[in-house]
Design a binder for this molecule. Structure first.
Ligand SMILES: NC(=O)c1ccc[n+]([C@@H]2O[C@H](COP(=O)([O-])OP(=O)(O)OC[C@H]3O[C@@H](n4cnc5c(N)ncnc54)[C@H](O)[C@@H]3O)[C@@H](O)[C@H]2O)c1
Length: 250
């Protein structure tokens, strides 16, 4: 598909699930990947998937809830290997909680990880991208940012915030050759959703909303991210690419 030969990519939350698939497909397409995740979370499985392509794999702990860590780790990675051409803000959490039961901690957790973390990672990689006049920043939002889903109001609000954040960043940085977009997936069975999808009534609700009655898989998102990360996607900016099989269209 698209060649990322010579490009350097930073991926957050890359130990598992969608982030792992994105790292794999970017590496397969020629990128050197810096794979990151929370402190103490093993990145070995992702590294083993990426290494055979021979483009270079760097592993680093990066907890996106900690702004100080972002400000320390991103420049360190840049000093060691050069600046980043591609950032994939994938790290995210979902703690489904009904509106009446949401407490401040639940609100803070969602917004700190999903929104604030991604914003400050983008801010950290942007100076190099601005200087070189080229960059691709991709957030993994969600269909939950485009529609309401009962039982997860804060996740929906946080993902909606990302969708408007990429509009703003994309417009603000467009003149520097940087695009900022998001991918909005439907349900994929990962650690994030596995328990909920085990409930037959919830799984049936999900399948009833996807016209093909099929769950998505991590590679569906990885290939969308690969396109947005490519030079060919230069005119796709400040927008969100739905990867939801049609859920949000009916
Ligand atoms: N699975 C789905 O159905 C689905 C649908 C739409 C959007 N998404 C989004 O896709 C992204 C990846 O989700 P997934 O399904 O692969 O989930 P996952 O739980 O399998 O993976 C998330 C990864 O992010 C990491 N992470 C969590 N908090 C972090 C932090 N503070 N700092 C750094 N890393 C952190 C985790 O350790 C994990 O490796 C998330 O942003 C999620 O909201 C998932």
């Amino acid at each position: 598909m698209f060649s990322l030969k010579g490009k350097r990519a930073l991926i957050t939350g890359a130990a598992t699930g969608i982030g792992q698939a994105i790292a794999h497909r970017l590496a397969q397409s020629g990128a050197q990947v810096a794979i990151t995740d929370r402190v103490g979370v093993s990145l070995e499985e992702t590294a083993a998937l990426c290494a055979p392509y021979g483009n270079g794999v760097v592993q680093e702990a990066l907890d996106v809830r900690q702004c100080a860590m972002i400000k320390e780790v991103v420049p360190k990675l840049e000093r060691e290997g050069g600046g980043f051409d591609i950032l994939v803000n994938n790290a995210g959490i979902n703690r489904p909680t009904k509106a009446l039961e949401v407490d401040e901690a639940n609100w803070e957790d969602h917004f700190t990880t999903n929104v604030r973390g991604g914003f400050f990672c983008a801010q950290a990689v942007a100076p190099f991208m601005i200087e070189q006049g080229y960059g691709r920043i991709i957030f993994i939002s969600s269909q939950s940012g485009l529609i309401g889903i009962p039982g997860q109001p804060v996740y929906c609000a946080a993902k909606g915030a990302i969708i408007n954040l990429v509009r703003t960043l994309g417009v603000e940085w467009a003149s520097y050759g940087i695009t900022v977009n998001s991918v909005a997936p439907t349900f994929i069975e990962t650690n994030l959703t596995r328990e909920r999808l085990k409930k037959p009534e919830f799984k049936e609700f999900v399948l009833s909303k996807i016209p093909s009655r099929k769950l998505s898989v991590p590679d569906d998102v990885a290939y969308a991210a690969l396109y947005l990360a490519s030079e060919e996607a230069a005119m796709v900016n400040a927008t969100t690419l739905s990867v939801d099989g049609g859920w949000t269209s009916w």
